[in-house]
Design a protein around this ligand. Sequence first.
Ligand code: HEC
Length: 152
Amino acid sequence: MKKVFGWVVCGAFVMGMFSIAYAQFAKPDDAIAYRQSVMTLIGQHFGRIAAVVKGEKPYQQQEVAKNAELVSTLSKLPWDAFAAAGADKGKTHMKPEVLQNKEAFKSAAAAMEKEAAKLAQVAAGGSLDDVKTQFGAVGKSCKACHDKWRTQ
Ligand code: HEC
């Protein structure tokens, strides 16, 4: 009985740790650093595909597929950090309106996640033409959100 109780307490503790890790940050600056870091990584890996799409780099299917997979994975990460209380102040380019329009912001985020997942799928298939088309769709979803929710 004691042992079972121990496991329950342990399980509750672990679950508590997870919800802290995912739902909140120790301070607003941590949320800002987190989302800017993820966006920087997304920018890097998306940029590597951009170079291929623009013809500046040769097309290597596996490289493009790897970068598309990373963009798709990373696209799942930053959104909670945009909704963190107090994280509209500080060294950030996020418009404070995001916090009053969390649902609209989330749907812009979901649109990008969806397009990025599709890019990963298309890139695994290997056709450069398909990659180019879907790259454009992802790029549009980045721009739509930046135009609306980011200061320059
Ligand atoms: C749902 C909204 C949204 C989407 C979608 C989005 N971004 Fe962002 N992005 C932002 C906001 C808001 C900031 C400003 C973050 C800050 O300063 O706190 C930002 C910042 C950035 C930055 C600058 C990071 C830094 O160091 O400050 C880069 C690079 C970037 N985004 C790239 C991209 C790319 C590439 C895509 C698409 C593949 C994308 N973003 C999609 C909202 C979005």
